[in-house]
Ligand binder design. Structure first.
Ligand code: CTP
Ligand code: CA
Length: 223
């Protein structure tokens, strides 16, 4: 890794990547999460390190081991992820929000383990989480900000709207309704959207290959 860092196209760049699915507590033993495996974010961290970057990986829930030689910070909830990403923003050159952030959290998680309700039903009140990508988009200065969009319909239109609304510089769109694409799989099929270039459609391939292409494209625009 040290050797890479002396020569790659991302040398002297600090790349911060969030990965995995956030965990939102319901009570001390239960939580709300999602199907993110963390594979795409971890692949991006590896690809950035290969290209010489100093990498900080901010990891929500995943079963993947910490990548060797990469500073990995573990968080759980969207609120904690937000704090961590905002804390790393000032020293970052590139920020990639690959984490699947829960849009909502339980407003008031129970302090004690919930008991079965006599009524036969349980109502949880959910409140909206901060939109971290949008927060970073509003705060960023020179940083290059990358987001993802997981859609099951109207892929490019929805992704384009997210790019603009959140003030990101690049958005990686993936259609998660397709087989072998996105959540949980080792492969992905993405379209790369940027503010000033035509969308680039990448063929279905393994996540590390995609990660290398994304990091390559980022290094071209920031250097
Ligand atoms: N994101 C975020 N904070 C949130 C929700 C999403 O930072 N609270 C980020 C994700 O990490 C991703 C991008 O925003 O990089 C798009 O996430 P996505 O779930 O596709 O979009 P949302 O804006 O949440 O819209 P919706 O779920 O309604 O499609
Ligand atoms: Ca969402």
């Amino acid at each position: 890794l040290k050797l890479y860092q002396k020569q790659g196209v991302l040398k002297n760049k600090h790349v911060v990547i969030s990965a995995g699915g956030t965990i939102e507590p319901i009570d001390p033993v239960r939580y709300i999460s999602n199907r993110s495996s963390g594979k795409m974010g971890y692949a991006l961290a590896k690809a950035a390190a290969e290209q010489g970057a100093q990498v900080t990986l901010v990891s929500a829930s995943t079963t993947l081991p910490d990548p060797i030689g990469i500073k990995t910070i573990h968080i759980q909830s969207a609120q904690d992820l937000s704090k961590q990403m905002i804390a790393t923003l000032p020293t970052a050159d590139v920020i990639i929000m690959a984490a699947a952030v829960s849009d909502y959290r339980v407003g008031e998680p129970a302090v004690n383990k919930l008991k079965k309700q006599a009524s036969g039903e349980l109502t949880l009140t959910l409140v909206e989480n901060p939109d971290i990508l949008a927060q970073l988009g509003a705060m960023k200065k020179e940083q290059y900000l990358v987001g993802f969009a997981a859609e099951t319909q109207n892929l490019l239109a929805y992704a384009q709207t997210k790019l603009v609304k959140k003030n990101a510089d690049m958005l990686i769109a993936n259609d998660v309704s397709k087989h072998q694409v996105g959540f949980g799989y080792d492969t992905n099929q993405v379209t790369i959207l940027t503010k000033d270039q035509e969308p680039e459609v990448l063929p279905l391939q393994d996540k590390l290959s995609i990660a290398r292409k994304i990091m390559q494209k980022i290094s071209e625009v920031i250097n």
